[in-house]
Design a protein around this ligand. Structure first.
Ligand SMILES: NC(=O)c1ccc[n+]([C@@H]2O[C@H](COP(=O)([O-])OP(=O)(O)OC[C@H]3O[C@@H](n4cnc5c(N)ncnc54)[C@H](O)[C@@H]3O)[C@@H](O)[C@H]2O)c1
Length: 367
């Protein structure tokens, strides 16, 4: 039996990953760790609860994580746990710094003290910052150039991952940077489910600024497949030249080379819902310091492991819209708990929390 310790398993991608593994590995045992922060939804794991042990804990809790490793003896650790909602990071950066940087390091340290077969840290395209005009894409060798509180916190976690890879070469560590994901189980503060749940309740769709921000979109199943290919793939090389050539570290960028403007995504979703975009789009003030464009290139992953995205974008988006239409009780339960989830940036960088759901306070003050 193979034991997976999956952190952030009640969130969007973590819960999709748990389903992905259980559907393909009859003998897999999953230990899910989540501190049940605002975006967590244990209901995502309900259909597989008999095969999942859910441990409610914080990845920053070193003694708790150490005791958990000693008890369950994981073969593989996949760290999805993060504060991931960009709008909230502007309002409350401290909770992001804590989980995304300190939490990442805490988990690495536990994997160093209680070795596992492979530790995979899930990071994001956003650590590379904004793509300069005319530049084709980022690669694994691009410098980290985070410019938002979310991406800065993730980049700090990345730096610890790179440091652990090189300082403790006996550890087997991999890291991924993924493009924007879409699919089922996504907290309805994010663009795709926010749009769908608004329209299904007869509300307009807020589009930040001109809506021409460019994003790179990947179906969540393709992300899960890439993670699994890396986690279960052959031994990862760590040549000494990696010290000065970071593209040689066991880091993989994951993308379907599917770049769209936010406005294109909004129009596509509205059309799938049978609505005329002109009637439903409402341009609202943009989030401060909103990245205009980022794009990564998955050539390294394709070459090394033969991974390819399997879900065509149009088909994946259509399936996703249908899922939210058919699972109204799933998102209505979230909205009943949180209140409205749209942010109003009319007041500028001071921002305003979504009504009824102020962001959680961080450990330090974010004032
Ligand atoms: N969503 C995307 O498009 C995307 C793209 C690329 C990378 N990523 C990365 O993938 C990972 C998962 O993203 P997601 O969209 O599923 O996020 P999410 O916010 O939906 O889920 C994160 C989960 O982590 C849990 N969590 C937060 N802090 C924790 C802590 N201190 N201890 C334990 N659990 C904690 C939350 O309760 C939540 O269930 C993140 O690391 C994110 O940076 C996301």
């Amino acid at each position: 039996m193979t034991t997976y310790l999956v952190t952030g398993a009640c969130g969007f991608i973590g819960s999709n990953y748990v389903h992905y593994v259980l559907e393909r590995e009859a003998g897999a045992r999953i230990v899910a760790v989540d501190n049940l922060s605002f975006a967590a939804n244990p209901a995502n794991l309900e259909p597989v609860r008999d095969r999942v042990e859910l441990v409610v804990d914080d990845i920053c809790n070193f003694p708790g994580m150490l005791a958990l490793y000693e008890r369950v003896r994981p073969d593989f650790v996949v760290n999805f746990a993060a504060e991931s909602h960009n709008d909230r990071a502007v309002v409350d950066p401290s909770s992001f710094a804590r989980t995304n940087a300190l939490g990442a390091q805490t988990l690495l340290e536990v994997s160093r003290r209680r070795p596992v077969s492979r530790h995979l840290h899930v990071s994001t395209i956003e650590v590379y910052g904004e793509l300069p005009a005319g530049a084709p894409y980022f690669t694994e060798g691009s410098p980290l150039n985070a410019k938002t509180p979310y991406s800065a916190a993730k980049a700090a976690g990345d730096q610890f991952v790179r440091a652990y890879m090189q300082t403790y070469p006996a550890m087997d560590i991999a890291m991924t940077h993924c493009a924007n994901n879409y699919g089922r189980f996504q907290f309805p503060e994010k663009l795709v489910p926010l749009m769908i749940t608004n329209v299904l309740r007869g509300r307009k769709v807020p589009v930040y600024g001109d809506g021409l921000q460019m994003r790179d979109w990947l179906h969540v199943e393709d992300h899960c497949a890439a993670i699994q290919a890396i986690l279960r793939g052959p031994k990862l090389d760590l040549p000494t030249e990696a010290a000065t050539h970071p593209e040689l570290l066991p880091i993989f960028d994951i993308s379907a080379r599917n770049e769209r403007t936010n406005l294109e995504i909004v129009r596509a979703v509205l059309e799938l819902l049978g609505k005329r975009p002109e009637d439903w789009i409402e341009h609202v003030p943009d989030r401060p310091n909103h990245d205009r464009r980022y794009l990564i290139e998955p050539a390294k992953l394709e070459r090394a492991l033969g991974w390819r995205p399997a879900v065509p974008f149009e088909q994946g988006l259509e399936q996703t819209v249908r899922w939210y239409v058919e699972h109204r009780s799933w998102w209505e339960a979230i909205l009943a708990r949180t209140g409205e989830l749209a942010f109003d940036w009319g007041a500028g960088a001071a921002g305003s929390a979504p009504t009824g759901n102020p962001p959680p306070a961080g450990v330090g003050s974010s004032l």
